[in-house]
Design a binder for this molecule. Structure first.
Ligand SMILES: Nc1ncnc2c1ncn2[C@@H]1O[C@H](COP(=O)(O)OP(=O)(O)OP(=O)(O)O)[C@@H](O)[C@H]1O
Length: 269
């Protein structure tokens, strides 16, 4: 009998991941866990709890002090940036609108890792790859494709970054408050698009989100992060009705049941 690595269907695995925030003694983790392909995880928890930190560690933007993160069985922090980009795409919470690029050029950045290295920087911008055209239509920005990115409104800019992540066509998508700045119509359209990717294309989505009613409607599993630890995890129906939620958020909630879906809705009392 050899020491065979245990076969797993997990797409993302966190193995005792510990991170120390700079300039203090506060730490995040250790986090252990795994998720299966085709799952939508919602990260919830108060401001400053560590949701973005977990997303940034998983994206490979932050390096853990110890432990490891594997995506598709590959150690995220040992991959080249291009190899990592084929596995995981990320939409950050805060926008950097300083790029001196057009909308289509920003979306094109998401395609770079998909091209042969010789073709990465030679794109003239005159012909758009079908994936870029499709993504611009999906986020409703086809008409704005030649506009300078810096001239867009907050919601338009956010949708460009979503398109740039979609064209990466990575199996794992990390979303940090992806619908902040979006009006309700565009927010719903975007969440439905993500739902299709999860349900029909086996994409795995990890999304930090503050709106608990939306979490209840869309995600498969919820992880509650509090003071740098994953303190609760489970299906949304269990987590959103959990008695500890009021203590974690330091507020009472009025819990109703969605009249169409029967999912929990959390409102201010
Ligand atoms: N570079 C850094 N140096 C020091 N502290 C940091 C750094 N980055 C983040 N932090 C701190 O780490 C904690 C967690 O931040 P994080 O952005 O992960 O929280 P969050 O749960 O995503 O919060 P929010 O809901 O407000 O977006 C916060 O207290 C934050 O101030």
């Amino acid at each position: 009998m050899g020491l065979e690595r245990k076969k797993t269907d997990a797409i993302v695995e966190w193995d005792t991941v510990l991170y120390r925030w700079p300039g203090g003694d506060r730490s995040f983790g250790p986090v252990n866990g795994s998720i299966q392909a085709g799952t939508w995880i919602g990260l919830i928890g108060p401001n400053g709890a560590g949701k973005s930190t977990l997303l940034r560690l998983t994206a490979g933007f932050l390096t853990p002090e110890s432990g490891s993160i594997r995506i598709g069985g590959q150690p995220v922090h040992r991959l080249t940036a291009a190899n990592r980009a084929r596995l995981v795409a990320s939409v950050p919470q805060v926008l950097n609108t300083q790029f001196d690029l057009t909308v289509a050029e920003v979306v094109n950045l998401g395609r770079l890792a998909r091209r042969h290295w010789r073709d990465r920087w030679g794109w003239s911008g005159r012909t758009l790859e079908p994936e870029i055209t499709e993504a611009l239509h999906q986020v409703g920005l086809w008409e704005l494709r030649d506009r300078p990115f810096a001239s867009l409104s907050g919601g338009e800019a956010k949708r460009v970054l979503l398109a740039s992540a979609l064209v990466q066509q990575s199996p794992v998508l990390l979303l940090d408050e992806p619908t902040s700045h979006l009006d309700p119509g565009h927010a719903r359209h975007f969440l439905n698009l993500v739902q299709q990717l999860v349900r029909h294309h086996q994409r795995t989505v990890i999304m930090a989100y503050h709106d608990l009613t939306t979490i209840g409607l869309y995600v498969d599993q919820v992880w509650v992060i509090h003071h740098g630890h994953v303190v609760l995890s489970g299906p949304p129906d269990d987590i959103l009705t959990h008695p500890r939620l009021a203590e974690i958020y330091q507020t009472e909630f009025l819990r109703l049941t969605h009249p169409r879906t029967n999912r929990p809705m959390l409102l201010f009392p």
